[in-house]
Structures are given as C-alpha cells and as structure tokens.
Design a protein around this ligand. Structure first.
Ligand SMILES: O=C(O)CCC(=O)C(=O)O
Ligand SMILES: [Fe+2]
Length: 271
C-alpha cells in the first residue's frame, strides 16, 4: 500500500470539521446529508469555518494586491436581468430597475497556488458540491475569467435585488464589511410554475416580513438556490471592503460567459 498523500487543499479547508477528502466515510456521509437538509429546508446551506483562517488571510491579501486589476462595473438591471418590460401594470417588477456595482478580479489573474484556486480546481470539492446538490454530473465552469473570481465591494458597492440566471451558487466569504454588505434573501419566492410577481413587488416596495440574512463570518462557504430566492447584497459602508468569491459550476462541461456579460463584468472577453 502506498503512503496516502495529503490533498492539495489540506491547508485550505478545515478537514476535521468538513472531511470533503473522505466523502464515503461516516463523517463525510453525515456532512452531505446535513447540507442537503439545510438547503431543502432553508434555501441556503451555510458552512462556517469551512476555509481555514490562514487561507482566508491569504485571499484577503491577494485581493488587496490585485486591486489594480479589478474591473469596476456599475449598472442598472431588472431583477430578472432582462430588458425592462413595457405595457405591464404600474409597479410590476418586470419593469423596475435596481443597481449593481462591484469590483471583479478575474480567475486568470489568480496565481495557480492561490488557496481558493487549489481548492476550486480539486475534484474533491466538485464532488462534494455535486453530492450536496444531488446532480448526476457537475462540471467546473470552462470560463477563463469567470470560473472563480474574487469580488471586492468597495464603500457604496452593492448588488441590487435579483434572481440568478443559474440554478444555484456557491460562495466563499473572506471579509465582511464593517457595516452593510449583507446578503439578504427571500427563499423560494418564486417557483418554476409561479413567478409570483405580486410577492416580488412587495419585496421591492420594502416589505421586510419575509427577509432573511445569511450569516457572513470569514471562512464561510455557502450554497444557495439563487434562481428562486430573490436576493440582495446591501450597500457597503465603512472603510473595509467586502471580499468574497463565487465558485461557478454547471451541468454541461463547456460553460462560458457570453461576450456581452464577460465585457460587463471583466472589461474583456476570453476568446
Ligand atoms: O456576493 C454575494 O454574496 C452573492 C453574489 C450574487 O448574488 C451573484 O453573484 O449573483
Ligand atoms: Fe446572485
């Protein structure tokens, strides 16, 4: 028998608590089961302390070093990322615009040994996520800019209310803001059969009754069903930028941004 080698991300994940390198072991099976249950019941699954403090600190420092390469986007869009509808009733969410502003550092700027890059590129993490989401297959994005980006939200930056185009998202928090920059969401506000425009309108009009806030301690990894959960990252206040990553996956092997979206979020295309 060979000597087992430590996974390339042994310094990045708290493997005692989250044994993603041993998913068939008892603790691994329990972990996947707990995550599935949380996701089904709450629309999100939050795993605090998933990323080690050392890896978190390295990613915050990297974001700072690469801040000159971050692409600033600031745009207005509907919650559906579709052109505003005409001829709909007053106040209809399909016609309303929200604002999103952020600074995106593209995947190809992250050095190969960056902690999150080593983790993202591991088959163990992809397999963990596949099992939690209960997908027959799951692939990492093939997009050289968007597969794993580091996003900084400077003071005043925010992500307006929206539904994601993709079914789910996986995020890692490195540094919350001093104030604001909270991930606020309404789980299951719409379904495949019911767009619930009236419910969406109420949230946009400020009804707080269904809102939830995702805890955002540094090092947390979170799954959420962003396609049916309306969500918002509130404007960042104070001097500390909010820094996080979105990890991108798909059920097809060659997933890429289209040129328009790539231009918008990274100021360039990869082709
Ligand atoms: O930054 C976050 O916490 C969420 C990001 C998000 O909602 C998105 O990229 O669509
Ligand atoms: Fe989103």
């Amino acid at each position: 028998m060979g000597v087992p080698t430590a996974p390339a991300f042994a310094d990045v994940v708290d493997l005692q608590r989250y044994p993603i390198h041993d998913l068939d072991g008892r603790h691994g099976v329990d972990l996947v089961e707990r995550c599935r249950r949380q996701l089904a019941e709450e629309g999100v699954c939050n795993l605090p302390g998933f990323i080690t403090p050392g890896a978190v600190a390295a990613m915050v420092q990297l974001a700072h070093q690469l801040s000159g390469k971050a692409w600033k986007s600031d745009q207005r869009h509907t919650v559906y990322f579709e052109p505003p509808a005409e001829g709909v009733p007053d106040g209809d969410p399909r016609a309303r615009l929200v604002r999103s502003a952020k600074h995106g550092i593209a995947y190809d700027y992250l050095p190969a040994d960056a902690p999150l890059r080593r983790l993202y590129e591991s088959d163990e993490l992809t397999e963990f996520i596949r099992r939690v989401l209960d997908k027959p297959v799951l692939y990492r994005s093939a997009d050289p800019l968007d597969a794993l980006q580091v996003t900084t939200f400077e003071p005043g930056d925010e992500l307006g209310w929206h539904f994601d185009r993709s079914e789910f998202s996986v995020t890692v928090m490195y540094q919350p803001a001093e104030r604001g920059g909270e991930f606020v969401y309404v789980p299951g506000l719409r379904t495949a059969d019911d767009p619930n425009y009236e419910g969406v309108r109420r949230v946009l009009d400020g009804d707080p009754s269904a809102l939830k806030v995702l805890p955002s301690a540094p090092g947390s990894l979170a799954f959420f069903h962003g396609h049916n959960a309306l969500h918002w990252v509130t404007p960042v206040q104070g001097r500390t930028p909010r820094v996080n990553s979105v990890l991108t996956y798909g059920e097809v092997p060659d997933m890429r941004l289209n040129d328009l979206t790539s231009q918008l979020f990274y100021g360039r295309t990869s082709s």
